[in-house]
Design a protein around this ligand. Structure first.
Ligand SMILES: [Ca+2]
Ligand SMILES: [Ca+2]
Ligand SMILES: [Ca+2]
Ligand SMILES: [Ca+2]
Length: 316
């Protein structure tokens, strides 16, 4: 993605943001975590796509309300939104909150568009648009060190919070200050948990991940999994979303970069900074040149200014 730092003058606001998780598309709710700039989305043409840099902070959500969850990268307080799951640059950017804020994604007003909420301890600052500006409203829930999940637990189209304490979950069906509406237990206290609408009934529930196995449960009740599936590699970071707009969520994976060192015998001579994009007729030609030298010398000719591994993307 291009890292254009132009967009907005500095903001000194309490909060701002955008969300993730829509009526039909429930996604992650939290930062994806992990590293790598390659993403695989189950149930799609699974060749993977690239977005941003390996170290970027990433969220998934339905930013345009078309029912499909797509990535958004965060660099400090600036957000780079992409509305398709394909390699390319950001569609637009905005600013919200402070660089050290914890950010949640959800459809807080039920309009089908995911936006952000900033979390500061047990205090939440909700914004219902992915635009620069202050929060629309605030509320408190749980304790400052609680783990929080975002989902539409009652299927009314509005995302709210669940506090997780080990394998114990405290569900609240409104983004208002107050106690939980109900509780349940699922999995172990050290399990990785994903939130999604796995059966497309409009209600978010949990999936526990252990290695490459996902234990899916279609109700927020205490009990065992309804079924399990295996996907990807154990080293992948998993998240959830609706990748094809069918109303059901599936798993997505963020894959860490593979560090490969070509055999020494294949090492080409250092060409130096002798090429510009204008020296190539096509993107493919530039990419082939880039790929030949990159493993040894990096982006020696500066053909990949946005560091996404794609050289001279302006060429045909
Ligand atoms: Ca979308
Ligand atoms: Ca919304
Ligand atoms: Ca709800
Ligand atoms: Ca469901």
């Amino acid at each position: 993605m291009s890292l254009k730092r132009s967009v907005v003058a500095g903001l000194v606001l309490a909060v701002t943001s955008t969300g993730l998780t829509a009526v039909s598309a429930f996604a992650q709710g939290e930062e994806v975590g992990g590293s790598g700039n390659t993403y695989f989305l189950s149930g799609t043409v699974d060749g993977g796509f690239n977005y941003g840099d390996s170290g970027d902070r990433v969220y998934f959500g339905d930013w345009d309300g078309d029912g499909v969850d797509t990535p958004m990268i965060r660099r400090d307080g600036q957000y780079f939104v992409r509305n398709s799951n394909s390699s390319g640059t950001a569609d637009y950017t905005f600013w919200y909150g402070n660089s050290d804020d914890v950010v949640l994604v959800g459809d807080w007003d039920g309009d089908g568009v995911d936006t952000l909420a900033v979390r500061r301890g047990g205090h939440y600052y909700v914004k219902n648009s992915t635009t620069t500006g202050v929060a629309d409203y605030e509320f408190w829930y749980g304790n400052s060190d609680d783990v929080v999940l975002v989902g539409d637990w009652d299927g009314d189209g509005v995302d709210t919070l669940t506090v997780r304490r080990g394998g114990h979950y405290f569900v609240k069906d409104s983004t208002t200050t107050g106690v939980a509406d109900y509780e349940f237990w699922y999995g172990n206290s050290d399990d990785i948990v994903l939130v999604g609408d796995w059966d497309g009934d409009g209600v978010s529930t949990l999936t526990v991940r252990r290695g490459i196995t996902y234990y899916v449960k279609n109700s927020t009740t205490t009990g065992v999994a309804d079924y399990e599936v295996s996907y990807g590699n154990a080293t992948d970071t998993a998240f959830a979303g609706d990748w094809n707009g069918d109303g059901s969520d599936t798993v997505g994976l963020r894959r860490p970069p593979v560090v490969t060192t070509p055999p020494a015998s294949s090492k080409p001579a250092n060409p130096g900074d002798t090429k510009n994009c204008g020296d190539f007729r096509t993107h493919a030609e530039a990419q082939a040149w880039f790929d030949t030298y990159y493993p040894w010398y990096g982006d020696i000719a500066k053909l990949d200014n946005n560091n996404d591994g794609v050289a001279c993307e302006s060429l045909p």
